[in-house]
Design a protein around this ligand. Structure first.
Ligand code: GDG
Length: 736
């Protein structure tokens, strides 16, 4: 029975040892709650570090068996691994880089090596528990290499990956010395999820620029697989926060706190101690607010909870000192005997205390410099049962994309923060209620359970889609069948696409001239009297003539506008009416003016705008613009716009390679037909072929062809084997 395996750096449990006895404290984090309903079912499993270094084998055994009943499986890490993999590479290299603090990032080869080793260790542990039909959901930046490691061991397993922190822009990501390895590690997944669309597009652009894989609508094609990248904004367990806020225990705590704070207005801030949270900037804004608004002295208190974190890392120690100093300075400057403007607590609290603070806060000040999502702001909204309160939220937090009813600020703009604090403290109740109620509606709907099921549904969809996209690989058994059919036939037709199926794409179209091997192959193939070979291209006829005209083969040029049968001359299938070029040419000229390194190619029946030499990204952007521009024009004319490989082509509608190939099929007898193509334009050819034809697509993108091969070398090898008729040898996939 297939199962789900969740893998994260930490298990949703904290292991502690007291007086030699092991004690397990379950985690109340959002992720644990959301996934709780799944991992505890049947054979499902959660794999991760239990939160404590355990070296003795017997104790490890004990923990494995204690956790088994809870559907958890521990990965044991050594002291050094924690230091180098977790504190080191994860938190001192990846964390700062991904949060746009690359000036804090350290690049140490040793830390990277341990990161690779520990990812490998997780992989080995997962392998002990996983079977081929399983689904594996990997979480977060500590395990970026795990998806590919797993894919290598279990090629058909379903792998989802979710990153909880931001994915930075390419300009920042590319600073990492191991950037390519990291992307390749992630690309082992079937589905990659981020909190926001921005993270997703940053990732896609890094993949495109660093690895060269393109794609559309979030799909990435790696050559032999397709995977999807999408955004899934994570929600909270809304009911839990709403019901905790209604509990008597929380009401009691609130009453005590209120008494102690003398009924002043309360601004609340809660974060883990981290430079990404913007704590010093927030304090400076509050100080300036007190300076500019003396009318609020003794009337407002900033309650600031800072949860200790990563205190072994130098940068965090420095930050702690900076925050201590700032709080001391501001309180020193403004405190009265019965008023401290800032109540600062450096520790963590039970949920009920947190909830009481959420309930009583007039304003929540959530102002990170960068945050993947930020759940505190969502918990604040869910706890506001009376719907009074104002959320001030940094636009650098993922949550700001959803909570547009919050007062959004730029955390670097201290003056804006000051004005917004004033606006929040003076906002009419009606308005507060309206905003909070809008946000509550959205958070109720997009809660953590919704997030989990959305991700899992999308993962199943990707799997289904992959299956429907995959044409079968032309493996040895299929080749044998094709080869037998070839051997038993007497009139054979070959339709072979030139660029992309026989010859690899080059940066300049003229560099793809045929090599000696190809000429020899076409000659061998066509010198068999039973064979008729047709080479097709969208190139113009003069180049086809110059490159291949001397061979005893047929040619189709310019998508089928021009045809040539063996030693006869070129014939056109259409009359030459090219008035339309007068209208289209100036548009393409405009795009050449705007896009350095792009150029126009003119053919008899088409005009092509090429952008293969244009800066990555810019070319694609302009191509999208151009296509929509031309489609508008083409809608009431007889033109067709083709969004091709690094080129946009406009041609007369009746022309296509499928129509041209029909000419051969109608005129010549045939009992064996083989068509090989690569571009989406070649789909016309596949569709025009008789039912029993062998149709082969080069590449793995969606196709109506019956089979696929991975590259031109494989096409050539297939044809060579037919010529040689060595049909008994069993080549491997790569040698086909
Ligand atoms: C990553 C990303 C993303 C805080 N203090 C106490 C306490 N908390 C709880 C809050 C909240 C959680 O910790 C912190 O929420 P974050 O959103 O910052 O989540 P992280 O797990 O730290 O961070 C972040 C998140 O993953 C989810 O994908 O939003 O951007 O960095 O739930 O309530 N809880 C208790 N006592 C405290 O003192 N009990």
């Amino acid at each position: 029975m297939a199962k789900l395996i969740i893998v994260s750096n930490r298990l949703p449990v904290k292991l502690q040892e007291k007086d030699g006895k092991l004690n397990y404290q379950t985690s109340e984090g959002g992720l644990a709650t959301g996934l709780g309903s799944i991992y505890k079912q049947k054979d499902n499993l959660w794999i991760g570090w239990p939160g404590m270094v355990i070296e003795q084998k017997e104790k490890q055994q004990q923990i494995v068996s204690d956790l088994e009943g809870e559907n958890m499986y521990p990965v044991f890490l050594t002291e050094t691994e924690i230091k180098e993999f977790y504190e080191g590479f994860s938190n001192e290299t990846l964390w700062p880089t991904f949060h746009y603090f690359s000036q804090y990032a350290i690049y140490e080869q040793k830390l990277w090596e341990t990161y690779v080793e520990v990812n490998q260790k997780y992989c080995e542990e997962v392998m002990k528990m996983a079977s081929p039909g399983d689904t594996i959901w990997v979480h977060d930046y500590q395990l970026l290499l795990l998806p590919s490691m797993l894919r290598e061991q279990l090629p058909d397993v379903t792998i989802g990956f979710f990153q909880h922190i931001p994915f930075p822009s390419y300009e920042v990501f590319r600073l990492l010395p191991w950037r390519k390895e990291i992307l390749e590690g992630m690309l082992g997944s079937d589905l990659i999820g981020f909190h926001t669309y921005d993270d997703m597009r940053h990732f896609l652009s890094s993949v495109n620029r660093l690895i060269g894989y393109g794609g559309m609508h979030g799909w990435i094609n790696t050559g032999n697989r397709s995977l999807l990248v999408d955004s899934f904004p994570m929600g909270i367990d809304y009911e839990k926060y709403a019901s905790t806020a209604a509990s008597t225990e929380v009401l009691k705590r609130e009453e005590i706190f209120r008494k102690n704070l003398n009924a002043q207005k309360i601004i609340l801030s809660i974060d883990r101690l981290d430079y990404s949270k913007g704590i010093p900037q927030r304090l400076l804004a509050f100080e300036l607010f007190l300076e500019q608004h003396p009318e609020f002295h003794e009337k407002v208190t900033l309650v600031m909870l800072v949860v200790p974190s990563r205190d072994a890392v130098e940068k965090y120690k420095e930050l702690k000192e900076e925050v201590d100093e700032l709080v001391g300075r501001i309180n020193g400057r403004y405190s009265h005997i019965n008023w401290n403007p800032i109540q600062y607590f450096y520790r963590s609290y039970p949920l009920e205390t947190l909830s009481a603070f959420y309930r009583m806060a007039d304003v929540a000040l959530v102002t990170p410099m960068r945050d993947g999502m930020n759940l505190v702001c969502k918990e604040y909204i869910a706890s506001k049962l009376d719907q009074n309160g104002v959320l001030i939220l940094s636009e650098m937090a993922g949550a700001s994309k959803e909570l547009s009813d919050a007062l959004l600020i730029n955390p670097n703009d201290v003056r804006q923060m000051v004005d917004t604090i004033y606006q929040a403290l003076t906002m009419p109740e009606e308005e507060q209620k309206q905003h909070i109620s809008n946000m509550q509606e959205s958070l109720k709907r997009y809660n953590i359970h919704h997030w989990v099921s959305l991700f899992m549904d999308r993962l199943s969809y990707v799997k289904l889609k992959q299956m429907s996209m995959a044409t079968n690989y032309l493996d040895e058994a299929s080749f044998q069948e094709l080869s037998d059919s070839y051997a038993n036939s007497s009139t054979r037709l070959f339709f072979l696409e030139y660029d992309g199926a026989l010859v690899d794409y080059q940066t300049k179209p003229m560099m793809s001239r045929p090599d000696e091997d190809l000429l020899q192959l076409l000659d061998d193939l066509s010198s068999n009297p039973k064979n008729r070979v047709v080479v097709m291209s969208s190139r113009d006829k003069d180049i086809m003539q110059a490159w291949l005209g001397h061979l005893n083969i047929d040619l189709i040029a310019e998508h089928g506008v021009w045809v040539k049968q063996r030693n006869t001359g070129w014939q056109t299938l259409l009359s030459l009416i090219d008035d339309w070029k007068r209208d289209v040419r100036p548009i393409l000229d405009l795009y050449v003016d705007r896009t350095p390194s792009s150029f126009i190619e003119e053919k008899d029946y088409s005009l092509v705008w090429h952008y293969r030499r244009v800066e990555t990204g810019l070319g694609e952007l302009r191509a999208r613009e151009l296509v929509s521009h031309l489609n508008f024009l083409a809608s009431d004319s007889n033109l067709q716009v083709l969004d091709g490989q690094m080129a946009v082509e406009v041609k007369v509608n009746e022309v296509n390679k499928g129509k041209a190939t029909s000419r051969w099929l109608n005129l010549l007898p045939h009992d064996f037909v083989l068509a090989v193509g690569d571009d989406w334009g070649d789909e016309d050819i596949f569709k025009a072929m008789p039912r029993d034809a062998y149709t082969v697509k080069v590449g793995t993108a969606y196709s109506v062809a019956k089979f696929h091969l991975d590259n031109c070398a494989e096409t050539r090898r297939m044809l060579e084997r037919l010529v040689e008729k060595k049909t008994t040898k069993k080549p491997q996939k790569s040698t086909l």
